[in-house]
Ligand binder design. Structure first.
Ligand code: NDP
Ligand code: 2IT
Length: 445
């Protein structure tokens, strides 16, 4: 029995027309699985891949809500419950105007293997809405979240499906969603993660994705006998993930040259300082304005409409969104001297860019490994909730470090080659094997 990659992808495209992001995410996995499947035909006999690319369940619903001026708005809500093989569906909610089924299926599919890599008991899911939080009042955000949860509450639960944040969903939104869930179910439970520390949240969850990215990067550097001190780092994004990636990198002595948002990049030649980061956090988290406001302040230079990728540096950490690095950006990164890429956002590099990095000897680590720290601490939040206790900040940070090191070790186990470490292959095979074995063990359901 041989795996026919071309036929598999053709069938997938026919069945999921117009779902470009989802098809891209599946292709990224499949490209590095062929040899493994051919030497382990049990996975082919059980049609594991064919079963994995079909979500267990997809829920699509209407979300009506009212503006402050009494105008009625209608958005679309989604929850893709992709895989419950190794634990309850687990993954974030994204509120962004670009959200559609393809984007949520790509994110949910990635989440299955990311969650598997953490070694913790969490399945894969993702949800969200095409709601655009920008420019909405706090009361409008609250009414939207309440309406969204008034439908979603039927399908989730601490042992069924546990959503969290993602783009456009942070502490404020999780609060409103949790409040509405609790009112409807009359039940205080760990149904969401990323909760406030006073009401069931875990220490370090806010910081976890960003800190985890740097813990993983430290392992990538360590196996090469290198360190982060004085490295010039390009970060994109200025949201939750970018902020705490920058914070940890700066505290460990790196020179973070850039951050960005959907409108442009801020650049500081001598490196962003912790005081500068406070300014950025305040602007993005409280004022909720764009980075152009920082132009000229604290020696920031604002590059309107530009991404960070053409600035000279050693390491790039894309932390904004999918496909933010296209082939031309990959060429800019190489020309600027970047030798290492670790993906903080989900699928930030197009397949052509990934191939360019690999062909040009740039060390590349994919999102499902690098950014797994966020969901890993979400799983720790779930276990704290079910035990009714709280770990200390130090305990959670230590566990996060251990998890990121163990993911790096798993990748070495499955991705070691004569040339070094194939991070894509290592992450995909290690992530796949655990869910595939679980699927076979649980029968044809
Ligand atoms: P936030 O909403 O906090 O921040 C998103 C950032 O990305 C903002 O700076 C935003 O700019 C920018 N951005 C969003 N869309 C675009 C776009 N189309 N083009 C350019 N920039 C854009 O989200 P997070 O930081 O939580 O998420 C960032 C990435 O990390 C996403 O890919 C997410 O899936 C991933 N991730 C998040 C985790 C988490 O725990 N939050 C865990 C693992 C991965 P602007 O302010 O202008 O909108
Ligand atoms: O992409 C991701 O891993 C997240 N947005 C975090 C998911 C979670 O459940 O914490």
């Amino acid at each position: 029995m041989q795996f026919n990659e071309k036929a598999f992808m053709e069938a997938l495209k026919l069945k999921n027309p117009n779902e470009n992001e989802f098809i891209q995410a599946v292709e990224e996995l499949v490209l590095s699985l062929s040899d493994f499947l051919n030497t382990n035909p049990i996975y082919l006999e059980h049609k594991v891949l064919e079963r994995l690319v079909e979500p267990e369940r997809t829920i699509i619903f209407r979300v009506p809500w009212m503006r402050d001026n009494s105008e009625i708005e209608v958005n679309r809500g989604f929850r893709v419950q992709f895989s419950s093989l190794i634990g309850p569906y687990k993954g974030g909610l994204r509120f962004h105007q670009s959200v559609n089924l393809s984007i949520l299926k790509f994110l949910g599919f990635e989440q299955i293997f990311k969650n598997s890599l953490t070694g913790l008991p969490i399945g894969g899911g993702k949800g969200g809405s095409d709601f655009d939080p920008k420019g909405k009042s706090d009361a409008e955000i609250m009414r939207f979240c309440q309406s969204f949860m008034s439908e979603l509450f039927r399908y989730i639960g601490a042992e069924t499906d546990v959503p969290a944040g993602d783009i456009g969903v942070g502490a404020r939104e999780i609060g409103y969603l949790f409040g509405q869930y609790k009112k409807l179910q009359n039940n205080f439970s760990g149904v969401l993660t990323g909760k406030g520390l006073d009401w069931g949240g875990s220490d370090i969850r806010t910081e976890a994705t960003g800190y985890g990215i740097i813990y993983f990067l430290l392992e990538m550097l360590k196996v090469r006998g290198d360190s982060l001190a004085d490295k010039k780092v390009l970060i994109s994004g200025s949201g939750n993930v970018a902020q705490y990636t920058a914070e940890k990198a700066i505290n460990l002595g790196a020179k973070v040259l850039t951050m960005s948002d959907s409108l442009g990049t801020i650049y500081k030649a001598e490196g962003i300082k912790i005081e500068d980061l406070e300014l950025i956090k305040n602007l993005k988290n409280k004022i909720r304005a764009d980075l152009s406001q920082l132009d000229g302040q604290n020696s920031f230079q604002y590059l309107a409409g530009k991404k960070p990728w053409s600035i000279q540096a050693d390491i790039a950490l894309p932390c904004a969104t999918q496909n933010e690095i296209i082939l031309d950006d990959a060429k800019d990164l190489k020309n600027g001297g970047v030798k290492m890429i670790a993906e903080g956002a989900n699928m930030p590099s197009e397949l052509g860019a990934v191939k360019f990095f690999v062909d040009n000897g740039i060390i590349f680590a994919p999102a499902k490994a690098v950014n797994a720290g966020g969901v890993a601490v979400s799983a720790l939040e779930m276990s704290q909730n079910s035990m009714g206790l709280r770990f200390s900040r130090e305990q959670v940070d230590e566990k996060l470090k251990t998890i990121m090191v163990s993911i790096h070790n798993k990748i070495i186990e499955y991705g070691k080659t004569d040339q070094g470490i194939d991070y894509i292959k290592g992450a995909n095979i290690a992530g796949f094997k655990r869910v595939a074995d679980s699927m076979i063990a649980q029968g044809l359901v």
